[in-house]
Design a protein around this ligand. Structure first.
Ligand SMILES: CSCCC(=O)C(=O)COP(=O)(O)O
Ligand SMILES: [Zn+2]
Length: 224
């Protein structure tokens, strides 16, 4: 095989993206955001038609191998029959990638996001205000900002869940600008590429922990 053919074959198969997602799994596992088999990660390989590289279902996210991924199409189906079973939550990834044009989607299961999603379920969002780290979210330029991150009731019915979220996104729901937390489940966030999506996970998980610890310490929630 010529050098050009080798490069093209490895791009099609997403080898570099597999390694990048495996590294993210190791890092998120070490941060306790992706322990056990929790979480799933995806990156867009091709846009037209959509080809998404996503973690296979039930894999240890701290120890992903090169074959622990699946290439799926826009409907969440594996593009070839010999691949492992894609994540049970694939439809959320394909919806976000196609509807928002996200280049990567990352889902984590941190303790703080899980607890806050329960605590603020009735409000329908976690409110974050006044923290410098908000500037790590795409487009936010000052700490003098209030962001509300949606809390969505958890479900095992991914088709209904992705349709519900798709509808809210079409309506321009501002609490879905950077992501959402499935109640008692975990965070979904995304970005124009893997770097931006990873940054959003790191920033949001920091902010959730800050809000959670502030409440645990009974510190006032008002910004001065
Ligand atoms: C113990 S994790 C439960 C399933 C889940 O929420 C998750 O994120 C992993 O599911 P997958 O099918 O992507 O392995
Ligand atoms: Zn999950």
């Amino acid at each position: 095989m010529s050098q050009t053919t080798t490069v093209m074959a490895s791009e099609l198969d997403g080898e570099a993206q597999r390694l990048a997602l495996a590294e993210i799994g190791q890092q998120f596992h070490a941060r306790t955001w992706s322990v056990g088999t929790s979480s799933n990660y995806s990156v867009v390989l091709d846009r037209d038609p959509l080809r998404l590289l996503i973690t296979a279902s039930g894999k240890d996210k701290g120890n992903l191998g090169i074959d622990d991924f699946v290439i799926v199409d826009e409907s969440g189906q594996a593009t070839t029959p010999t691949q492992p079973k894609p994540s049970a939550e694939t439809l959320l990834h394909t919806m976000i990638a196609s509807q928002l044009g996200a280049g990567a989607v990352l889902h984590t299961h941190s303790v703080w996001a899980t607890l806050l999603s329960d605590l603020f379920a009735e409000e329908g969002a976690v409110m974050i205000e006044g923290y410098e780290m908000l500037k790590g979210l795409e487009g936010i330029k000052t700490h003098e900002h209030r962001e509300r991150i949606a809390i969505v009731e958890n479900s095992q019915d991914m088709r209904t869940l992705s349709e519900e979220l798709s509808q809210r996104l079409r309506e321009g729901d501002e609490t879905l600008r950077y992501g959402f937390i499935l109640r008692r489940h975990g965070l979904y966030t995304w970005g124009k590429d893997l770097f931006a999506a990873r940054r959003h996970v790191e920033i949001l998980e920091f902010l959730f922990e800050a809000v959670g610890r502030r409440l645990s310490l009974s510190l006032p929630s008002t910004v001065s």
